[in-house]
Design a binder for this molecule. Sequence first.
Ligand code: FMN
Length: 323
Amino acid sequence: MKTKITEMFGIQHPIIQGGMHYVGYAELAAAVSNAGGLGIITGLTQRTAADLANEIAKCKKLTDKPFGVNLTFLPVVDAPDYPGYIKAIIEGGVKIVETAGRSPEKYMPELKAAGIKIIHKCTSVRHALKAEKIGCDAVSVDGFECGGHPGEDDIPNMILLPRAFQDLKIPFVASGGIGTASQFVAALAMGAEGINMGTRFVATKEAPVHQNVKDAIVKASELDTRLVMRGLRNTERVLNNSTVEKLMVIEAEKGKDVTFEDVAPYVAGVYGKVMKNGELEAGAWSCGMVAGLINDIPTCKELIDRLMTEAEDIIKNRLNKML
Ligand SMILES: Cc1cc2nc3c(=O)[nH]c(=O)nc-3n(C[C@H](O)[C@H](O)[C@H](O)COP(=O)(O)O)c2cc1C
């Protein structure tokens, strides 16, 4: 399949693995890229810029295909060493960066000067248009269904994608809630040039996370995610568990007065415990509604090959026969 995204990034299939905290290590990024998609290393999971440089070097040993690095701009006072991470990306020869969170505007000149393509992930058409205006090459449009941070507008992809198609000039991929070929084809029909998946890639053989996490995603239905941190305007879609239920009680009690200190015991420092040790109840961790459509733990190649074969079948046979 040839789309503006496969051309832009020099990849075989228009399928991207979004940056994921404590999941997007070199092993997963390389497996996705080797399968013809675009794997992405999560920058901030690496504690320092030097660690990121090592992770990039490791990924280069595992694949000779293009891969990217995710830079998530967090709304925090003590900002991570973004200039250091960007230096590691440039010196490591990485040519694709997925930005997310806040606008990457401040770092655009440096990234552009290094010949890096920037795909900004955002949850609204207005933010996508801003990304286009500041020179991003593409956007990843993340619908309300997504695992992680869906923003505060609550617009699902059935509306968000056609809206993006109406207004955007740069290419976009559909992100959030996708795990099957029928959704992939629907996203293309709505104007996307490819897809970005998070949760679906966590439940793969190569994802370097504890088996408990993968099994929990397979077991979960579409009813099993919850939204936390709404009161802080930092909404996160997470898999429900006993700790999330306690957090939701506290959030309901505090209402509009909720502070980060109130929620911190349930959300801070959780990912290592969950992803590495398999302590599923350690706190709130991101997971999308697509968990309800995930019933197996394939290799990245099996997953991507299946999506491509089935998508082709849907387009050539099911849809074409309707004409
Ligand atoms: C466990 C997990 C961790 C994530 N961490 C990040 C992150 O650090 N930075 C980021 O930009 N997106 C993060 N995301 C969002 C994904 O990159 C992607 O946009 C999202 O998962 C798409 O929705 P889906 O899960 O329905 O496919 C995370 C998602 C998950 C499931």
